[in-house]
Design a protein around this ligand. Structure first.
Ligand code: SF4
Length: 307
């Protein structure tokens, strides 16, 4: 063995899993309650309006248990219809009941808080800015409820990025009061960027930090782990907003890959072989089983798992 080879062999390669990885309390409550409802109502139809969580593995498992996912509401409903943790607008709640379903609301309490803060702001005369993507179901419900409470729908605006705000700068400057809420899984970095932009141009600015505690904890812990890792692996659906935000955030600190399952690791062989300290984290809708499979596959690269 050459000196160089023996030096390489002395470097200990490690994998470390973040403590706050995988299901958050809102998702866990939604999944556990849905399964329990089906077990208790074996002869009744149980369905969820939209995917319960953004994870195809979990959706398939629910299907095998007889829990259907509805893309849209049928004219005549029967049995139980579940509102997922992302929430829905009041109009949808009414429609579910009108079409004959028994409604079970599993909206996460942290999402409910954002909805009510946005409504309060609009009722108090604020021009309300919601930070998030327009098409995300959680954002859709927050904005629809706020618009319903507003005299004028133009008093509610969804901002996916800072440029979208710059496009309505005149509207912001002409508003006597501006209020900001965030989709629960946004990053505080985006919030700071928005506050820095709005501060000099608003007469009155009210910021309600509605990032949920579970998301803050997950992001802060993952950032610390990324600082001590030369590769971060983020596990979770590419459709999941919180997982995508997490991957973006970590990619600003260290080399980061976002995978949906253990097989995708094959595409990153070189990066994995060249990394000495690999950190692993996962989005709020990623089941433990999937995280374990990723860890096991990483161990096949002869990397030791540490606590
Ligand atoms: S990410 Fe936060 S708001 Fe969303 S379900 Fe989980 S705990 Fe609730």
């Amino acid at each position: 063995m050459t000196l160089k080879e023996s030096w390489f062999n002395t470097i200990k390669k490690t994998i470390k899993l973040a403590k706050n990885a995988g299901f958050c309390y809102g998702v866990k409550r939604a999944v556990d309650t849905t399964i329990k409802l089906k077990q208790e109502n074996i002869n009744k139809s149980v369905c969820v309006l939209g995917e319960l969580i953004h994870n195809s593995h979990v959706i398939k498992e629910l299907e095998t248990l007889g829990i259907k996912t509805l893309d849209s509401l049928p004219d005549n409903g029967e049995g139980i219809c579940i509102i997922r943790s992302h929430g829905e607008s009041d109009d949808v709640f009414r429609e579910v009941q009108k079409r004959g379903f028994e409604l079970v609301d599993l909206t996460c309490l942290d999402v409910k808080k954002v909805q009510s803060r946005a409504v309060e702001l609009v009722q108090n005369g604020f021009f309300v800015i919601i930070l998030g993507k327009k098409e995300h179901p959680e954002v859709l419900a927050i904005s629809k409820n706020a618009q319903r409470a507003a005299d004028n729908h133009d008093n509610v605006f969804v901002a996916p990025n800072i440029n979208s705000l710059k496009e309505i700068e005149n509207k912001i400057k002409n508003s006597s009061k501006v209020g900001v809420v965030l989709q629960t899984t946004q990053t505080k970095e985006y919030l700071f960027e928005v506050v820095n932009y709005l501060m000099p141009i608003c007469k009155i600015l009210k910021i309600v930090n509605t990032i949920c505690p579970s998301t803050s904890l997950r992001q802060e812990e993952a950032k610390k782990l990324a600082k001590n890792s030369d590769l971060m692996v983020v596990v979770g659906s590419k459709k999941s907003a919180n997982t995508t935000h997490l991957a973006q955030l970590l990619s600003e600190i260290t080399q980061t890959i976002h995978i949906e399952n253990e097989y995708e690791l094959d595409e990153f062989n070189n990066l994995i072989l060249n990394a000495n300290n690999i950190g692993v984290t996962a989005g709020a809708s990623t089941p433990d089983k999937l995280i374990q499979k990723v860890l096991e596959k990483l161990e096949e690269y002869n990397i030791e798992r540490t606590k």
